[in-house]
Design a protein around this ligand. Structure first.
Ligand code: GAR
Length: 205
């Protein structure tokens, strides 16, 4: 049975449109969750403003204030642990997380990525899909493991690539699908409908 309150932490670095999609789904009762904390590793992001507008606790945790990556991630771990978080959602969080963080929250971190993984991991992936001549791209929600953009795939949505697409138009169409896929994937986890089998994620009816 799903717990009464499923607690999310959302990690962001930019615009926060995926954060907004999660907030909207919660407010519409499509998602039975609560966001206990929004963390940005970048100052003054629009994502933080969105969190503030919705009365969510949010912090800018500055990587430059810590001597090294471990120190930064330990601070991140402590903030998140203090909120009894069930699931950590990376929503445009553009910082690679180290083993300590990933092991601490093993199986409880998910990410959204704007390509059909395992094609085009990394950065500027819409541009790379276009340059490669791919006819389809899309988005992937996946569990986070120590391999960058390499964890087990939860959901994917396919987006066609048109001859007149450019990076901006393709990114926009993919982002629209991200906003549907991310809350859907979170709800599957809340309802305990996913089973990991090797590196496959099976969806229970
Ligand atoms: C989204 O397209 C997300 O998939 C991507 O950053 C964008 C963030 O947009 N994430 C990655 O590329 C992670 N590898 P948002 O800040 O508006 O949600």
């Amino acid at each position: 049975m799903a717990p009464d309150k499923f607690i999310l932490a959302v990690l962001v670095s930019g615009q926060g449109s995926n954060l907004q999609a999660i907030i909207d789904s919660i407010e519409k009762n499509d998602l039975s969750a609560e966001i206990a904390l929004v963390v940005s590793n970048v100052k003054d992001t629009y994502a933080l403003e969105r969190a503030h507008k919705h009365g969510l606790e949010s912090i800018f945790l500055d990587p430059k204030s810590y001597p090294d990556r471990n120190g930064y991630e330990q601070a991140l771990v402590e903030r998140i642990q203090s909120k009894s978080v069930n699931l950590i959602c990376l929503a445009g969080f553009m910082r690679v997380l180290g083993n300590h963080f990933i092991e601490t929250f093993s199986g409880r971190i998910i990410n959204i990525h704007p390509s059909l993984l395992p094609a085009f991991p990394g950065l500027r992936v819409q541009k790379r899909a276009l340059e490669h001549g791919a006819r389809f791209s899309g988005c992937t929600v996946h569990y986070v493991n120590e391999e960058v953009d390499g964890g087990p795939i939860i959901l994917q949505t396919v987006v066609p690539i048109y001859d007149n697409d450019n990076e901006a138009s393709l990114s926009k169409r993919i982002l629209e699908q991200e906003h549907i896929a991310y809350p859907e994937a979170i709800q599957l986890i809340i309802e305990d409908r996913l089973t990991l089998s090797g590196r496959r994620v099976l969806h229970n009816k």
